[in-house]
Design a protein around this ligand. Structure first.
Ligand SMILES: Nc1nc2c(c(=O)[nH]1)N[C@H]1C(S)=C(S)[C@@H](COP(=O)(O)OP(=O)(O)OC[C@H]3O[C@@H](n4cnc5c(=O)[nH]c(N)nc54)[C@H](O)[C@@H]3O)O[C@H]1N2
Ligand SMILES: Nc1nc2c(c(=O)[nH]1)N[C@H]1C(S)=C(S)[C@@H](COP(=O)(O)OP(=O)(O)OC[C@H]3O[C@@H](n4cnc5c(=O)[nH]c(N)nc54)[C@H](O)[C@@H]3O)O[C@H]1N2
Ligand code: SF4
Ligand SMILES: [Mo]
Length: 686
């Protein structure tokens, strides 16, 4: 290595459960290499291809100065303005809206562009101070969280690194080889020690290809599958009755309920052969330490919460929680005792202020009855024009002439294209932050590693500048990111960063007793709940199949196929989708369809097909493949509007209905009809 190269530790800021610890090689402020940190307990030297190519974002086509719209909304025509001009215009619009329609007519909207504690939720403090509408952050995890809370109680569990000690790993509704790659190195180590790998996913993902057993239920039928496995465990005495009576509310009524949930019953619902369900249940029941890693993907269904709860009963039935290498893990988020009051100032919340469901942005922007209507939308860290469901309605809303939209962004995203003012944002290499994780238990600190060479500012500074332009003089709207980090560490009672491992990370893994629930579950009665006690009485009283999916609601004739929209390997949500090297590697929007379904519709490989849902119709290229089951089709990758001839993003096809019991969109629960438009290479007439 040449002497002027330096290596620095950092954290991947992207919305990914791994939150990898990075080793960044710099030379004269240029990124030479981004690799995984070998000394970090979870990362173990491995990161994904996306982050190793992050220089393409950092050095790529960035927004470098504030921009003001000059053309029609969505035309993409802007002219540069100064920060002072931008702040003056934004504060005037906010003042005007607050005065005439009340502060709730201002809606600050943020999500997962950066997951850093200081940057991500920075706007919350201004929201609470000024009484703007609050955001209900439903887009990703609330369905799964509701399901997990119902049984286990809190979002923690055994550490993911412990999977290597398991002799039977179940990856349930998670495509870890694409979405959470570090997990796959633990799976590999366990497999080398003889562990069996079971993958439960409606299609043959990259992850499923590595499985000893791949169960492919119809989407939204995991509740039935889990109940049938429970039936076999009980019938064949593969349960730990002492554990059940000490640690759960299991009783004879629960047992009687499972009696009718036979594998044959489940076969009708899931489409999986009863004999295979029995075989899998026995393998799971006889394992010394079975470990289930649940994904958020399986929760993106109308009955997703109920399904997650049903799966979480399995380690309780076998008592696997108490065994090293066993148990189950959805998310690690409650393992972190980090007090973010210095960032968010939640003590300022006025309990009468409304919260708006982010996943329903389209309806919110176009609802004539919403009072007050949204007049000012401030977007940070998110690209809702692409990532939120029913995106056609969102675009319609963003084009409203009486809406003033500010977007703080690194790149000209689809949402930024529809803004009135675009503000330039720094990347994680240019600003400091603290990073928790939802997939592992380390807290990481990352300083700013590179100077800001444009007019870009970080979220923390932009929020403070807007607050100051509005006349707020509170200390909360002053100071540096580093000061804020110090405050968080102090109020959280954490050791100073100088004492952290490599001055970079702190191991916050809960004690064995806590993460294995050896002293009871984090529920009021200390028990795991087989009775979920849903707030909605229409939901099943016990683990079950709850038939409320699109399949159960729509006519089979109008919408004969299930349709899922999982991520692909090259992008993370819509991040990276503007990078030319990624665009080159990415397939055009492709519809995976089973050859028998394709034959019935006269669809050949590479044909153009129109996919129609209840919300929109978009054109794809057909790919005939046995990797999807009959009756299911899907498109990998959250494609943006430009990728389709209709100039609408993939999410135009998904619905924004709130799922039960606590909201969240059922992004993988869609029904569609598919029509052949033209054969491969045949030109389409206008
Ligand atoms: N159909 C379908 N839809 C989905 C999903 C799916 O599987 N299928 N997945 C869902 C999931 S799991 C999620 S989490 C959401 C994600 O949805 P979003 O949170 O909208 O994620 P991205 O689309 O990646 O957009 C993040 C944006 O933040 C910007 N950004 C990055 N860092 C910063 C920063 O420091 N400051 C500012 N101001 N901006 C920054 C990036 O450039 C990027 O444009 O999408 C959901 N949508
Ligand atoms: N490459 C890449 N990595 C990512 C992301 C990305 O966009 N790209 N996004 C990141 C984010 S924000 C998140 S939240 C995570 C999400 O990562 P995951 O938790 O893996 O979630 P998904 O990828 O949405 O879906 C996982 C799998 O669930 C399956 N699935 C859908 N419905 C059902 C069902 O009813 N039952 C079962 N058993 N399976 C079902 C899908 O087929 C899919 O293969 O990934 C993160 N990592
Ligand atoms: S695996 Fe996830 S956390 Fe790790 S580098 Fe890739 S995107 Fe970032
Ligand atoms: Mo997510």
């Amino acid at each position: 290595m040449s002497p002027i190269q330096t290596v620095h530790l950092a954290t991947c800021p992207l919305d990914c459960p791994s939150a990898c610890s990075l080793k960044i090689t710099l030379q004269n402020d240029k990124i030479i290499k981004i690799a995984g940190d070998d000394n970090h307990s979870f990362t173990q030297g491995i990161i994904c291809g996306k982050m190793s190519r992050y220089a393409d974002i950092h050095n790529g086509e960035r927004i470098n100065q504030p921009l003001l719209r000059t053309g029609k909304k969505g035309d993409g025509q802007f002219k540069p303005i100064s920060w002072n001009q931008a702040l003056e215009r934004i504060s005037n619009e906010i003042r005007h809206a607050s005065k005439h329609y009340g502060p709730e007519s201002v809606f600050p909207f943020y999500y997962g562009g950066t997951m850093g504690v200081v940057q991500r939720a920075a706007i919350d403090r201004l929201t609470h101070k000024a009484g703007f509408s609050m955001i209900e952050k439903t887009l990703c995890s609330p369905i799964a969280e509701s399901g997990w809370s119902a049984g286990v109680g809190a979002h923690l569990g055994p550490a993911p690194e412990e999977m290597v000690q398991s002799d039977c790993i179940v990856l349930w509704g998670i495509n870890a080889a694409v979405t959470h790659i570090n997990i796959m190195s633990f799976v590999k180590q366990a497999q080398q020690n003889g562990a069996q790998l079971i993958v439960v996913d409606p299609y043959q993902t990259r992850t499923a290809r590595r499985a000893d057993i791949h169960l492919n239920p119809r989407p939204g039928t995991d509740g039935a599958l889990a109940c049938a496995m429970a039936h076999v465990l009980l019938k064949e005495d593969l349960v730990d009755r002492n554990y059940l009576s000490k640690y759960s509310d299991f009783d004879t009524d629960v047992e009687a309920h499972y009696k009718s949930r036979t594998p044959e019953w489940a076969e009708q619902i899931t489409g999986i052969d009863a004999a295979l369900i029995r075989k899998t249940a026995r393998l799971f029941g006889k394992a010394q330490a079975p470990f289930i890693k649940l994904g958020l993907g399986m929760s993106r269904q109308n009955n997703g919460a109920s399904n997650i709860h049903a799966v979480s009963t399995l380690p309780t039935l076998t008592g696997a929680w108490k065994k090293p290498g066993g148990g189950a893990l959805l998310m690690t988020s409650n393992g972190f005792s980090v007090n973010d009051t210095p960032v968010r100032h939640s003590q300022w919340i006025n309990p009468n202020t409304r919260s708006l469901d982010m996943s329903r942005l389209g309806a919110l922007l176009t609802d004539q009855a919403l009072n007050p209507a949204i007049s000012v939308l401030m977007v940070f860290n998110t690209n809702p024009a692409v990532s939120c469901p029913d995106a056609g309605l969102i675009r319609q809303g963003l084009k409203r002439e009486d809406l003033f939209t500010v977007v703080h962004e690194q790149v000209m995203s689809d949402t930024a294209q529809l803004a009135d003012i675009v503000l330039p944002a720094t990347t994680f290499l240019e600003h400091a932050d603290l990073y928790k994780s939802f997939g592992q238990y380390t807290l990481q600190h990352t300083p700013a590693l590179l100077p800001v060479t444009s007019e870009a500012r970080c979220n923390h500074d932009v929020v403070n500048a807007i607050a100051q332009a509005l006349g707020y003089t509170d200390e909360a709207f002053t100071g540096t990111v580093e000061q804020r980090i110090e405050e968080i560490i102090q109020v959280s009672g954490l050791p100073p960063i100088a004492q952290w491992i490599d001055q970079h990370w702190l191991d916050m893994t809960p004690s064995e007793r806590k993460r294995r629930f050896l002293d009871g579950f984090p529920q009021d009665d200390g028990l795991f709940h087989f009775r979920p006690g849903w707030s909605n009485p229409d939901m099943p009283d016990l683990p079950d199949h709850w038939p409320v999916n699109q399949r159960d609601r729509l006519s089979q004739e109008d919408y004969p196929l299930d349709f899922m929209t999982p991520p692909d390997n090259v992008a993370i949500n819509s991040t990276f989708s503007l990078v030319p090297s990624v665009q080159k590697r990415r397939e055009p929007p492709t519809l995976w369809i089973h050859p028998n379904d394709a034959d019935a519709l006269d669809i050949g490989e590479g044909d153009r097909v129109l996919v129609s849902s209840t919300t929109a119709s978009l054109t794809f290229l057909a790919h005939r493949t046995q990797r999807v089951q009959r009756g299911l089709c899907l498109c990998e990758g959250m494609h943006r509007a430009e990728a389709f001839p209709e100039k609408m993003p993939l999410n135009a096809l998904t619905r924004a209905d709130r799922t039960e019991p606590n909201g969240g969109p059922a992004l993988h629960d869609n029904r569609v009809n598919v029509f052949r438009v033209s054969a491969k290479d045949e030109s389409v007439s206008a």
